[in-house]
Ligand binder design. Structure first.
Ligand code: DAH
Length: 343
């Protein structure tokens, strides 16, 4: 008899210590103790060996034991409801999760968006044009004469020679597209991809990105051009950035100027990026050539305008110190990941 009591005590200890983390384990517990061939049944069967005078006492002990097992089973079942049903599906919730890779904008998109948003605040609208252009919109309308070197096969990707279809070499072609459809006042900013027949290196690529600007109205002067671009530079690169204009030549503007900013890399002291001059060129600009206006029936006696064109890669190089153009199109995640979080 005493042996039986001991057995029950040790069963109770085993049951108290038992824990289950899967529905399978709970089910195994039920089968082991409460099943038709379970241990509770077996130990109940011992009643027949108990002498009559102790049957009442033992009956009570066994009933309590059975209740004990059933209570334990109930609590196991409750704690495990909603968990996986199979051991093989067991998840260790304490393991660190897989990192969620955050998507990033391409650095050129970030910079283009910044440029566009600055000009939008000045009232410029966004205009786009086709990347496959005809000779007229890319060259002729922009006052590039027939024999201009830019039209050379060496510099331009021609899709078709006669009539000439080509990959646009600059976003100035969008100026033509806009003037074709719109009457002054015109105030547009034109971001886009352009193509040139260049050997790919750290400093040249066969495609890159530009943002073009065009502003035509009555009484638009060179002072307006300077002030607009000066505002842009301060917003883009900070209040301390200095600018300077150098006389230049573009067939579609007269007069023309290139704009430099004080080198952001060395602060103007001189470094490789500014070729030790303290200045870096960031854009071309000028007053729209009267011939260009007349090409679109805009009266050049009544209206004047300014235009400018800048390279997005260049601005990106200065902002993020990217010094190899090839990085932009190699899709190396180690490069692209560095721009996480930027807008
Ligand atoms: N189209 C010129 C280029 O690709 C850039 C440019 C210069 C655009 C002067 C303009 C401008 O609108 O006025 O190099």
């Amino acid at each position: 008899m005493e042996q039986l009591l001991q057995q029950i005590e040790s069963y109770k200890k085993e049951i108290s210590a038992f824990e289950a983390s899967t529905a399978d384990a709970v089910e195994n517990f039920r089968i082991k103790w409460l099943g038709t061939k379970g241990l509770v049944k077996t130990i109940m069967g011992e009643m027949k060996n108990v002498p009559n005078e102790r049957k009442k006492e033992f009956g009570q002990i066994l009933n309590e034991f059975k209740l004990f097992v059933e209570t334990k089973f109930q609590s196991l079942a409750e704690n495990n409801s909603g968990l996986q049903t199979k051991d093989s599906e067991l998840i260790d919730w304490s393991l660190p999760g897989d990192p969620i890779a955050l998507g990033t904008r391409h650095p050129l998109s970030i910079v283009r968006n910044q440029i566009v948003s600055i000009f939008k605040r000045l009232g410029f609208a966004v205009a786009e044009g086709p990347e496959i252009e005809d000779d007229w919109h890319n060259f002729g309308a922009m006052n590039l004469p027939e024999d201009h070197p830019a039209r050379d096969m060496q510099d331009t990707f021609y899709i078709n020679q006669d009539p000439a279809w080509l990959l646009r070499t600059h976003t100035s072609s969008v100026q033509a597209r806009v003037m074709e459809k719109q009457k002054p006042p015109i105030r547009v900013i034109c971001p886009g991809r352009v193509y040139r027949n260049e050997t790919i290196s750290a400093r040249a690529h066969c495609f890159f990105h530009q943002v073009e600007g065009l502003y035509i109205d009555e009484n638009v002067s060179f002072a307006d051009l300077k002030q607009t671009l000066y505002f842009f530079v301060q917003e883009m690169f900070g209040k301390d950035t200095k600018v300077r204009f150098r006389p230049s030549y573009f067939p579609f503007t007269e007069p023309s100027a290139e704009m430099d900013i004080s080198c952001l890399i060395c602060g103007g002291d001189g470094c490789n990026v500014c070729k030790h001059t303290g200045w870096v060129e960031i854009l071309g600009s000028g007053m729209v050539h009267p011939k260009v206006l007349e090409n679109f029936g805009i009266d050049s006696n009544k209206y004047t305008g300014f235009a400018f064109g800048m390279g997005v890669e260049r601005i990106c190089q200065l902002k993020y110190r990217v010094n190899d153009l090839r990085l932009y199109s190699q899709n190396d995640v180690r490069f692209l990941k560095q721009f996480t979080g930027a807008l």
